[in-house]
Design a protein around this ligand. Structure first.
Ligand code: PBG
Ligand code: ZN
Length: 324
């Protein structure tokens, strides 16, 4: 039974009908907002390639986080810019480290907001690599030991969810056991399970965390972006190791992996729509070439349609008021 009995355009006739049959819909509850904490007080400095996003001292972070929670956004993910960087990334697991301070402050003063902390060392090492470097190579197991320490420091500070981003083998299992041994059985793990070695991160480490690598690249641990089957294996390992939520990162070019991950595992799936995605849209919008809000809705809705449950995005704050 086809045309003329079937007319697909009937259900596109007006906005009311279109809304009724819309299959995927963005909700503010899907959003996770990334935030960047710095030492000091009274600091709110815009991150140039990511307009609408800021370096914030803990006091200003609290104000901003409250506003974000008031918009209905359930969670933020915190990144820190340390006072000093060293080979052992010591501020990452210092109980007085910047992220630990931020976690404690937000847990105390913004009740109900879910606090996620990124677990990686690249913001804390002088060379910008994600862990301990020996002869130019990133050591796996020694780095994992430090990631355990970071996790515990964040959990002690009151973090709800820890998010291992380093792409070290065995990191999720190591963090789960460290948490459980220390009584933090209720702290969740959101694994950056399939994290590609992507050029879309440049605005993040060049400007947002000021932690660009001093030599080499991250291809010995982040994934080859050409590999989708391998991405599924990475996700399977994170699930086996105890991840509560798994992630695909970036979003924009990786819809096939998002789709396959959701179909195959049915796990809570987060997608990180990264700095380069946001910066490209902002730049084109500033030139008047595209409609920023409409394009952002299209991108985020497409990520949901592909299978994401949660989306980490720098647009969370700007887009939330426009999501019904
Ligand atoms: C690691 C981390 C990075 C991002 C999130 N967590 C940097 C990297 O892996 O090189 C990138 C996020 C983005 O580009 O928006 N701490
Ligand atoms: Zn890293």
């Amino acid at each position: 039974m086809g045309f003329p009995v079937q007319r697909m355009r009937r259900l596109r006739r007006n906005e009311g009908i279109r809304n009724m049959v819309q299959e995927s819909r963005l909700s503010v509850y899907d959003l996770i907002y990334p935030m960047f904490v710095v030492h000091g007080t009274g600091i709110k400095k815009e991150i140039e390639p990511l307009p609408g996003n800021y370096h914030l001292s803990v006091d200003r972070l609290e104000e901003e986080a409250r506003a974000i929670h008031d918009l209905g956004i359930p969670a933020v993910i915190l990144f820190g810019l340390p006072e000093k960087r060293d080979e052992m990334a010591s501020e990452a697991y210092d109980p007085k480290g910047i992220v630990q301070q931020a976690i404690a402050r937000l847990k105390k003063n913004v009740p109900g907001l879910i606090i996620i902390a990124d677990v990686c060392l690249c913001e804390y090492t002088p060379h910008g690599h994600c862990g301990i470097i020996k002869d130019g190579y990133l050591l796996n197991d020694q780095t994992v030991d430090l990631l355990q320490k970071v996790t515990l420091a964040q959990a002690e500070a009151g973090c709800d969810i820890v998010a291992p981003a380093a792409m070290m083998d065995g990191q999720v299992a190591a963090m789960r056991s460290a948490l459980d041994k220390n009584g933090f059985t209720g702290v969740s793990i959101m694994g950056y399970s399939a994290k590609m070695a992507s050029k879309l991160y440049d605005p993040f480490f060049k400007s947002a965390t000021e932690s660009a690598v001093a030599f080499g690249d991250k291809k010995s641990h982040q994934m080859n972006y050409a590999n989708a089957n391998e991405a599924l294996r990475e996700i399977a390992f994170d699930i086996e190791e105890g991840a509560d939520i798994v992630m695909v990162k970036p979003g924009m070019f990786y819809m096939d992996i998002i789709y396959r991950a959701k179909q195959k595992f049915g796990m809570p799936l987060a997608v990180y729509s990264v700095s380069g995605e946001y910066a490209m849209i902002k730049s084109a919008a500033q030139l008047g070439r595209i409609n920023e809000r409409e394009i952002t809705m299209e991108l985020l809705t497409s990520i949901k349609r592909a299978g994401a449950d949660l989306i980490l995005t720098y647009a969370a704050r700007e887009i939330a008021p426009f999501i019904k």
